[in-house]
Design a protein around this ligand. Sequence first.
Ligand SMILES: C[S@@+](CC[C@H](N)C(=O)[O-])C[C@H]1O[C@@H](n2cnc3c(N)ncnc32)[C@H](O)[C@@H]1O
Length: 188
Amino acid sequence: MRSIRHSLCTMVLTLFATAAFAQTTTTAPKLDVPYVPTPQAVVDAMLKLANVSSDDVVYDLGCGDGRIVITAAKEHGATGTGFDINPERIKEANANAKEAGVTDKVKFVEQNLFKVDYRPASVVTLYLLPNVNMKLRPVLLEQLKPGTRIVSHAFDMGDWEPEETMVVDGSTIYLWTVPEDKKIGKSR
Ligand SMILES: C[S@@+](CC[C@H](N)C(=O)[O-])C[C@H]1O[C@@H](n2cnc3c(N)ncnc32)[C@H](O)[C@@H]1O
């Protein structure tokens, strides 16, 4: 039942990829991806798949309520930053970090995910859309250090083969490691 519900959420996300988002007010941020939170079991699996530890700096691009970065800090001792264009999400994420007692390890920044300086990250997490992943791919490859792990919930990166995939509660998770020879991931 949970996996059916989650597959439906992923379908909704995909449908949004081709639809123009209705803007209810002139000040509403223009979202490239609608807000659908990753179920906690999938968050846990993503962080485990990426082997996140206290040495890591985790960036979640489009962080929603902050659950991925907060779990990385609370359960794995990592530090991290979540970026979201929607100020409501940033407010929620900050409140959740406070409640989880990890405000010394995480921060949340209201920022367009395409304008982030990705270089400090050692792990990047994504729950976006196929076209957004593909747009990010060359920029991540350009900026991220070899050895940086990228974990994506539900969507792949075209012909950049993941080194591992797993299915949790009906959701596929993909793992890549930025190679020394960055041409590998760039070819298309
Ligand atoms: C599918 S949700 C994922 C939330 C969270 N990462 C998770 O897995 O639970 C996508 C998030 O991306 C945010 N978003 C959409 N377009 C964005 C953009 N251009 N820059 C930053 N955040 C964006 C949305 O506000 C939403 O919170």
